[in-house]
Design a protein around this ligand. Structure first.
Ligand SMILES: CC(C)(COP(=O)(O)OP(=O)(O)OC[C@H]1O[C@@H](n2cnc3c(N)ncnc32)[C@H](O)[C@@H]1OP(=O)(O)O)[C@@H](O)C(=O)NCCC(=O)NCCS
Length: 146
């Protein structure tokens, strides 16, 4: 995880998992705008998800996601995240849906395709009308756009 990745995880809500004094898990939810279907959808974007290696497969990741998903459902029109290959099955098992259409980013020089991300963006539908095979464009930031 780079400094930029960490910066992307700041400014929203953090789910922290403690075992005594030791932090063994982290996930956060930040607000972004995703362009889709002619709308700028207010999106709860999940960042910085990780459980300490020796504490995985004990339900900790699920507990953090459950907490953040509740916030997404109550406070946003859409949930979204960019999954690592390792974590894709984890999100899919929780009902997150793989975006099927082309992805892009609203860069300072206009909309640019982000083909490398096409197979790793997952969404949690809430209220916004969605066509999963349509275009999905994220707002701009330094570092990885998604
Ligand atoms: C992804 C991650 C956060 C999952 O945390 P976790 O605490 O191990 O997950 P849980 O124990 O809550 O798993 C819940 C369910 O998700 C699924 N799941 C979790 N990890 C999985 C994996 N590696 N492969 C397949 N399914 C997985 C399973 O269905 C699991 O239930 P089960 O153990 O009863 O079969 C953890 O593996 C991790 O920190 N990975 C490294 C960092 C990373 O890739 N983060 C994601 C960035 S997008």
């Amino acid at each position: 995880m780079t400094d930029r990745d960490w910066e992307h995880a700041l400014g929203g809500l953090h789910a922290l998992l403690w075992e005594g004094n030791e932090l063994i898990g982290h996930a956060s939810l930040v607000q972004r705008r995703l362009l889709h279907g002619g709308r700028a959808i207010r999106t709860g974007y999940v960042e910085g998800v990780g459980v300490r290696a020796d504490r995985r497969r004990r339900g900790h990741g699920a507990a953090m996601m459950e907490a953040l998903e509740q916030v997404v459902r109550r406070a946003y029109d859409l949930g979204a995240l960019g999954a690592t290959d390792q974590a894709a099955a984890f999100y899919a098992a929780r009902g997150w849906q793989l975006w099927q259409g082309p992805t892009s980013a609203l860069t300072p020089t206009g909309i640019q395709r982000t083909p490398d991300e096409d197979d790793c963006i997952y969404v949690l539908p809430v209220g916004a009308p969605l066509d999963l095979s349509g275009e999905l464009c994220c707002d701009w930031r330094d570092g990885d756009a998604w």
